[in-house]
Design a protein around this ligand. Sequence first.
Ligand code: FE2
Length: 193
Amino acid sequence: MITRERVQELLDKYVTTEWLKLHMRESEVIMRRLAKHLGEDEELWGLSGLLHDIDYDYVNKDPDRHVVEFDKILEMEGIKIGEEIPEEMYHAIKAHYEENPAIEQKRESKLDYALSAAENLSGFLVACALVQPDKKISSVRVDSVLKKFKKKDFAKTVNRDLIYDIEKTGLSLEEFVKISLESIDEISDEIGL
Ligand SMILES: [Fe+2]
């Protein structure tokens, strides 16, 4: 499997948008902690999180080309699916944007559901931190996050259904939020929250 160092090299080469770098790092730490909690492969899950939006700057944030061009980056870099990129990781990264009609993979495995839930929750939790008086992730409480899910006007671009799908991995929504808050808090200095 691809090493974390190699994934970081790819990020440094293809991702220039600051919030996008942070978003992928947050997705990584949530995915690592989820894998640990669920007895899954921490490296596989973590690197899926770290790599999942690698093509977003490359396609100039064009939603029609997003995730489609993941393949092109792999090809240009000589990275093989089924070798450096395990099939499960490839499937999860493609399926995390199954809403794109050009993507044939559908979310079906625990890793697939966890990745799209984690990357959506990561954005939601950042929005929750930014409305705290001190703007700190450590000030965000689980119950207030659960309440904010129901407020349609709050972080309205975040698709709650994709977050709720975490229950398909056997984890409760509440536990998911708790684990994710703890994970992001561990890198609070790094991400400035
Ligand atoms: Fe993402």
